[in-house]
Design a protein around this ligand. Structure first.
Ligand code: HEM
Length: 421
């Protein structure tokens, strides 16, 4: 791994039953011009230690699930996104007439093509039905979770941050909402502590307990607690209650409202920011070339979709005759246009974010191909994606991304993912 090209500033301070399923839906349960880049990241004190604890809890949770979820038959799976709808081969082609402004890093050569793998997934930490009932008492009220599309571009040119099994690959990991549900490392640690309170490490209900206690006018436990472990250790009401509310908002207003009829038919977002050369930041998104409106949630539920309806829809499209493609889009801002929150808080949208994506490449998925073929399924399991499998020009930025560097390596190592590309 190369040394970080981004200098990092240290700043002082940092400016219930149905909830379990909400958390699962939420994805966890879901260089060079040093002067300019110093303004891009701001690392709060204590973050490295918090990251180490999240890494440890991630592998402990993987083991817990392998031991206590009968359907896993002892198998250790991905820490998040273990359920795959399928992997497909694709070609990623940089636009032939790309504006020189965007000819940086991966996009330096207009018309350059890369071979690619795509993996479609549910973010939920267990391999469960695509639509799950939050509450056993209301089996018809089923919840819509966060969906993922991971892209692996093979053999890219240039300085690489993490070698991918000895290869210079560029990964982009995307979800179907522009905001991630957790702001920063501090929040993600609280989520992980909450997950570990349940036997199969899949219920994040306790993460939201502070909101419930506050709304009932009850005091919050202080320090380590016999029931809640370290959940309330260092809990700062002023900062943490507001962030917890924000997480709930992203889940309820974004994740739960975006129905997906077919994983190949919706837009995906990187959500967190990445470098664009030494002194700028980019966000990425991929949208179907020919958008198809998704049915309202009520009608998806009424159709009583099968437990694996997303895999079935994806497979049917891939075995058909119509080629599938995505526009790969980015937006780029300089540090001067961005506030600390725009880099360090992954629940934040950039100003006018939705209107500013520019197409820079096209992803072409040839048909027919069979994502259910045994060799493809095996390859899909063995692959390990990470936002740090990246060109130095596209270094992941912000607390949530810094956290992902150790955690993805640990999760992949723990499940023995040794993909060959
Ligand atoms: C912007 C925020 C995030 C996005 C968009 C995102 C997206 C994804 C996607 C799409 C996958 C599936 C990759 C595959 O198909 O193999 C994935 C896997 C994973 N994510 Fe994230 N994620 C985010 C944040 C996080 C955070 C903060 C953590 C924890 C620190 C995390 C932990 C994991 C783990 C452990 C895996 C499985 C890795 C493996 O075993 O190969 N993610 N993520």
């Amino acid at each position: 791994m190369s040394t970080s090209r981004f200098a990092r500033l240290r700043l002082g301070g940092l400016g219930a039953a149905a909830i379990a399923a909400l958390m699962i839906s939420a994805g966890g349960f879901g260089a060079g011009a040093e002067e300019a880049t110093e303004t891009l990241e701001s690392i709060p004190p204590g973050e490295a230690e918090q990251s180490r604890e999240v890494s440890k809890l991630t592998t402990e949770a993987q083991t817990k699930r392998a031991e206590h979820v009968p359907e896993q038959h002892g198998q250790i799976l991905r820490g998040v996104h273990p359920k795959s709808h399928g992997c497909v081969r694709a070609t990623f082609m940089v636009d032939e007439h790309l504006d020189p402004t965007y000819q940086v890093g991966l996009f330096a050569t207009p018309g350059r093509t890369y071979e690619a793998w795509l993996r479609y997934s549910n973010a939920a930490v267990l391999r469960e039905d695509d639509l799950e009932a939050d509450d056993p008492a209301q089996p018809d009220l089923r919840s819509n979770g966060s969906r993922g599309m991971a892209i692996k571009l093979l053999d890219v040119d240039g300085e690489i941050l993490n070698q991918d099994q000895g290869h210079s690959n560029q990964d982009f990991l995307m979800i179907n909402t522009p905001q991630f549900a957790f702001a920063n490392v501090r929040d993600y640690l609280r989520l992980n502590r909450a997950l570990m309170l349940s036997e199969t490490a899949d219920s994040g209900a306790a993460f939201f307990l502070p909101l419930k206690l506050k709304s009932e006018g009850q005091p919050l436990p202080k320090g380590s607690d016999p029931v809640f472990g370290d959940l309330f250790l260092d809990f700062d009401e002023a900062v943490d209650l507001a962030n917890t509310k924000r997480t709930l908002d992203v889940i309820n207003k974004e994740i739960k409202t975006r129905t997906v009829r077919n994983p190949l038919e919706v837009q995906y977002f990187g959500a967190a920011p990445f470098g664009f050369g030494p002194d700028r930041a980019m966000k990425v998104s991929a949208a179907p070339c020919m958008p198809r409106e998704q049915e309202p949630f009520a009608t998806v539920v009424k159709g009583d979709p099968s437990p694996n309806y997303l895999q079935e829809a994806l497979t049917a499209t891939m075995l058909g005759n119509d080629e599938v493609c995505f526009d790969f889009m980015i937006q780029v801002r300089s540090g001067a246009d961005l506030e600390v929150e725009h880099i360090e808080n992954a629940t934040t949208l950039w100003p006018d974010e939705a209107e500013n994506y520019q197409r820079v490449a096209r992803i072409i998925i040839p048909v027919p191909q069979d994502p259910t073929a045994a060799d493809v399924v095996e390859q899909c399991e063995a692959m390990a994606f990470s936002p740090w499998n990246a060109l130095a020009a596209h270094q992941p930025l912000g607390g949530i991304n810094r956290l992902r560097q150790p955690v993805y390596i640990e999760s992949a190592r723990h499940r023995g993912a040794l993909g060959t590309y």
